[in-house]
Design a protein around this ligand. Structure first.
Ligand code: AMP
Length: 411
C-alpha cells in the first residue's frame, strides 16, 4: 500500500511516500498502542504487515500563503501531485496519513478522517493555534483534490492520553481546566510510542510490561515515563514549551518569572514574552546557538557559554530521568532518540555520566559509534541498559494509516 504522509504547517507542507506491506502472508497484529479503537474498529482488526516499509520519495513545499510563491494549500497539493506523478512512475497513492499536533482530550489514537473529524481538529485550534488550522487546511485540500481517498490523522498528543490525572492536572483552580482546557497534554507522542515498541522488541521484552524512560532530543525535546508500555508522565505540558531546555525554548521556569516581567516591563506584551520563551531562549539564550553540533565543537574549544548551555540541558534531563525512574517503578531501559539523542554522543555522555547513583554506566566506545541502527551504548555491567533507538515518525504514521485503512476494507 502506498501511503502519502503529510505534515502541514501554516506556510509549508512536508511529505513522504512510504510503501507499507499489507500482503496477506505479511499481515501481523499491529501491537503498538497507536491505531487502537476509533468508534468501530477494534485493535485486533487493525492489522498491517510491518515489513517492506520504504521511502519512495519525499519533499518539502514552502512559501505557501499570502505573499508566498504558492497561493494556498490547494495549490501546494497541485505542485506535490505533479512531483509525485514524476517520482512514482504511474503508481498512485492508496491513502494519506497526516501528522496533527493536537488531539485535545478527545483523540487517544489515530482515526480515519471524515468531515466531523476535520471540524473537531479545527475546534481544537485554541490549543494549537499555529498547527491545527494548517492541518485542517491540508486535510480539506486532499479531500478536494482526491475525493474518496482514505485519510487518517495521527495526533502528537494521543499517546499521552494514558497519563493518570495526578500527572496531567496542574494545581491551579479547576475553572482553568474546565473553561480553557488547561492541563498537561504532552507532545512527540508518535515518536515516544514508536521507539518504546522498537526498544521492547529489541530487548525481547513484552511491551505490556515494559517500563522505560524515553528522551526525545531534537530541536524540540521531551522525556516520557513509560510504564507497562504506555505513557504515564511526560515533560511537555499544556504546550511544547514545558520541561527540558530545548534549542530555543526555555523549558520549565517559575511561572512568577513571567508575571514578574509583565508587571515590571509594561512595554512587554504577553505575545512578545511567549515568542521570546519559544524562539529566543533555551540553548540559544545561554550558549548562543540552538545547534548541538555547534555547541559541542565550541565546548571542546573551551567556550564557557557553550559548555554551560550543554551542562544545563543535561542536568535538567538528568533530574527528569531520576524522577521518572521512580515514577515507573524502575525503568528497564533508558532510551535516547531524535537528532541529538541519536547523533550527539557528547551530550549523551554528559547525561549518562550523571546517573552513577543508579549504577548506570556508559560504554564510551559503543557510545561513539555512529549508526542508524538501534543499539546499546551502556557498559556490560550497567544496572540498566541505555539504548539509542532511531525514531521514524513518518513510518509510524504510514503504518497506522495502512492499519486503519486495511481494517476498514476488511470489516
Ligand atoms: P531533530 O529536531 O530531531 O531533527 O534534531 C535536531 C537537533 O539535532 C539539532 O540540535 C542538531 O544540532 C542536532 N544534531 C544533528 N546532528 C547532530 C550531530 N551529529 N551531533 C550532535 N547533534 C546533532
Amino acid at each position: 500500500m502506498l501511503v502519502l504522509v503529510i505534515n502541514s504547517g501554516s506556510s509549508s507542507i512536508k511529505y513522504q511516500v512510504r510503501e507499507v506491506s499489507t500482503s496477506a502472508e505479511n499481515i501481523a497484529p499491529y501491537t503498538s498502542s497507536m491505531p487502537a479503537i476509533n468508534e468501530r474498529i477494534t485493535l485486533e482488526q487493525a492489522t498491517v504487515g510491518v515489513e517492506g516499509d520504504q521511502v519512495l520519495t519525499k519533499g518539502l513545499i514552502e512559501n505557501i500563503g499570502e505573499g508566498g510563491d504558492i497561493a494556498d494549500h490547494a495549490q501546494a497539493l497541485d505542485v506535490m501531485a505533479q512531483r509525485l506523478d514524476e517520482a512514482l512512475g504511474g503508481r498512485t497513492i492508496d491513502a494519506v496519513g497526516h501528522r496533527v499536533v493536537h488531539g485535545g482530550e478527545r483523540f487517544s489514537a489515530p482515526v480515519i478522517v471524515n468531515n466531523e473529524i476535520i471540524r473537531a481538529i479545527e475546534r481544537l485550534a485554541p490549543l494549537a493555534p499555529l498547527h491545527n488550522p494548517a492541518a485542517a487546511l491540508g486535510l480539506r485540500a486532499v479531500e478536494k483534490k482526491w475525493p474518496g481517498l482514505p485519510q487518517v490523522v495521527v495526533f502528537d498528543t494521543a499517546f499521552h492520553r494514558s497519563l493518570p490525572e495526578k500527572a496531567w492536572r496542574y494545581a491551579i483552580p479547576d475553572s482553568f481546566y474546565r473553561l480553557h482546557g488547561i492541563r498537561r497534554y504532552g507532545f512527540h507522542g508518535t515518536s515516544h510510542d514508536y521507539v518504546t515498541g522498537k526498544a521492547a522488541e529489541f530487548l525481547g521484552a513484552e511491551r505490556e510490561s515494559f517500563n522505560a524512560v524515553v528522551a526525545h532530543l531534537g530541536n524540540g525535546a521531551s522525556v516520557t515515563a513509560i510504564q507497562g508500555g504506555t505513557s504515564v508522565d511526560t515533560s511537555m505540558g499544556y504546550t511544547p514549551l514545558a520541561g527540558l531546555i530545548m534549542g530555543t525554548r526555555s523549558g520549565d521556569v517559575d511561572p512568577s518569572v513571567l508575571t514578574g516581567i509583565l508587571t515590571r516591563d509594561r512595554s512587554m506584551s504577553a505575545e512578545e514574552l511567549d515568542r521570546i520563551l519559544n524562539k529566543e531562549s533555551g540553548l540559544a539564550a545561554i550558549g548562543g546557538s540552538n545547534d548541538m553540533r555547534d555547541l559541542t565543537e565550541r565546548t571542546e574549544a573551551g567556550d564557557a557559554k557553550a559548555a554551560l548551555a550543554m551542562e544545563m540541558a543535561a542536568y535538567r534531563l538528568v533530574k527528569y530521568i531520576g524522577g521518572y525512574h521512580v515514577a515507573v517503578g524502575g525503568m528497564q531501559a533508558l532510551i535516547f532518540t531524535a537528532g541529538i539523542g541519536e547523533k550527539g554522543p557528547e551530550f549523551r555522555k554528559l547525561v549518562v555520566d550523571q546517573l552513577s547513583a543508579l549504577n548506570i554506566a556508559l560504554d564510551d566506545s559503543a557510545n561513539a559509534v555512529r549508526s542508524d541502527d538501534i543499539r546499546v551504548i551502556s557498559a556490560s555491567d550497567s544496572a540498566i541498559p541505555v539504548l539509542v533507538v532511531p525514531t521514524d515518525e513518518e513510518r509510524a504514521i504510514a503504518e497506522a494509516t495502512a492499519g486503519l485503512v486495511t481494517s476498514r476494507i476488511q470489516s
